[in-house]
Design a protein around this ligand. Sequence first.
Ligand code: SF4
Length: 333
Amino acid sequence: MIPLREHGWQSQPWQWHLSHAVRDSETLLTALRLPSSSVDTPFPVLVPWPYLAAMTPGDPDDPLLRQVLPLRDELDVVGGYVTDPLDEQTKAPIKGVLHKYEGRVLVITTAACAIHCRYCFRRHFPYDTFRINRSDWQDIVGYIRSKPDIREVILSGGDPLVANDQLLSWIAHQLASIDHVDTLRLHTRLPVVVPQRVCPELVEWISKTSLKVVVVIHANHANEMTQQVTDAAHRLTRAGATLLNQSVLLKDVNDDADNLSDLSRRLFHAGVLPYYLHLLDPVTGTHHFEVPADDGRDLLTEMSRQLPGYLVPKLVRELPGAGAKESIPLNSK
Ligand code: SF4
């Protein structure tokens, strides 16, 4: 095992961090000097070292640890919690594509992630049936070309930045050749959990594509915005990308207005605008993270007292079959 503070691993390339991530609770807890505990769950542990290093050793309630450590609560069967809460699997016109909203289309670029977030709404997603290769991409590009209303292509996953830059650059090139597509959006947690992923090759193709690139990172807690993450965000901005953040509201992780306000300030310092604060999607195994909508409203109302409007994210939830996310109004008191 690599000691948490050992010099050297921070400078390893991102591919090293993906292949050397922690894959069991015992290693994770030992690294944090916590007593071991393990829960057998079909969604395995996966924690990259840069993310682990942002946790506080000795703190069993660390908000980053809580996002990645399996708890027995995951095994509870709770009514209303299902494996596909957004009914996504019925919205796939061709392999790899989810076409849920008008004007934009989402491509499941890869099944892999750099981290396994215990609250993930795609933790039961049948990635095997969505796994795509280069020849599938020809069909996907053909589908997008045949739908003139599609202006924006969203690369999702898994995490699209797990794919290598040669493939991503090729995808950007293909999409840029379609007249009606002008924006490429990447939904990725990698700049937050392995900031080394924002490497010269990524910066190069982003800065060269004629598409407008939007990178939606996924930070949930102020402690995730380390100096390395801030530097990575600045590299993306300098490459010409627009950076937004979406968070999920999670019980005992970030259900605290002061912390969420601090997150917004740190994001802004990194050149990232807070965009959405999502209510948890009711996916099996995640009920212990639920924060009721009314509590979310109270938190946002308090944040809007503490922050300028441009730093207050929109509180939203996703409903199966809806044409857009539902925006939840704040309290008027
Ligand atoms: S990085 Fe995103 S897709 Fe992957 S486990 Fe976390 S929330 Fe789910």
